[in-house]
Design a protein. Sequence first.
Length: 402
Amino acid sequence: MPDCFIYDHVRSPRGRGKADGSLHEVTALELARQSLVAIKERNKLDPSLVEDVVLGCVDPVGEAGGNIARAATIAADYGKEVPGVQINRFCASGLEAVNFAAAQVIAGAKELAIGGGVESMSRIGIGASGGAWPVDPSLAIKSYFLPQGVSADLIATKYGISRDDCDAFAVESQKRAAKAWDEGRFKRSVVPVVDVNGLPILVKDEHMRPSTDMQSLAQLKPAFVQMGELAGFDAVAIQAHPEVEADKHVHHAGNSSGIVDGAAAVLVGSKKAGKATGLKPRARIHSFASIGSDFALMLTGPIDVTKRVLEKSKMKLSDIDLIEINEAFASVVLRFLQAFDLDASRVNVNGGAIAMGHPLGATGAMILGTALDELERTGKSTALVTLCIGAGMGTATIIERV
């Protein structure tokens, strides 16, 4: 079967996902458009050669609805021939979009495609698209529906992860992200968001708080006590996992992923496409997988899907040089480290979503690019990228530097 290569990737800076965030006046369409334009212009790419654009978007409603991928290709002047499709695998949508694009290349159906994602969380709030999972009793009861923060607390409780553990991890994420920015590690890939006059609106992730320390985090109250205790979701968690006597609430805004706006795009294609465009491949997409996992724990999917993708690729975790796992909540990464007895020094080495934020539909494509840049910076070979997903799923991709 043909190989699929990564030829380039870009992302926007992450803007604080509130009304006072720098990107609040920028629509999801415009964020996606600017990422596609950046891919086109910096590679001197004839857009008519792109055979599909796949974009993740978790809340594709209102101005972000109606197949935002097709809308973005039109807005970015890719030409009427270039199709687009929007997909939703919740928080892994951006990575799954790259995998979908890559699968078309590997199958021989396409030569060149773009995968990526977009989310304007300051303009379209979390859960704006609705859905049966949280509200239809016939589904919610069967799937032990929990708000994700309660699920993250359940993971921490079940596996003995303390509040101090989570806070210490959050402090380290902030330090690593600040260092990465200070050393220019994101310089190659982050494309400023500009206004209609081409003037920069945002050039750097603005959610970061480099001065965060254990003392400042200790002042924050757990965020999910009311949901758990008063709304009754702790009882649901214990019903699903009766070995847990009480759900201890350890997560808060400081050790959970930030709500932000952003977009990303990854150019993938065959060897033939590289020759046709004059582009050199930067990495090969080795393998990828998506799985379903425990409903109530919900966010342990990265563990299960890592086992699956390693099995599919006939690799061991010791064969992987770098790991990017989305920092949806601190306990997600800490449980992953615990499950595989991993050294944290090769996981999220440039920080993660706790520091920089998690623009739901775009994050997977963003951290794939972060992993590739870090492989190139350090001269290492292989990286695993994985994300937890609502309703109990996981997605993972292994890449090899070329």
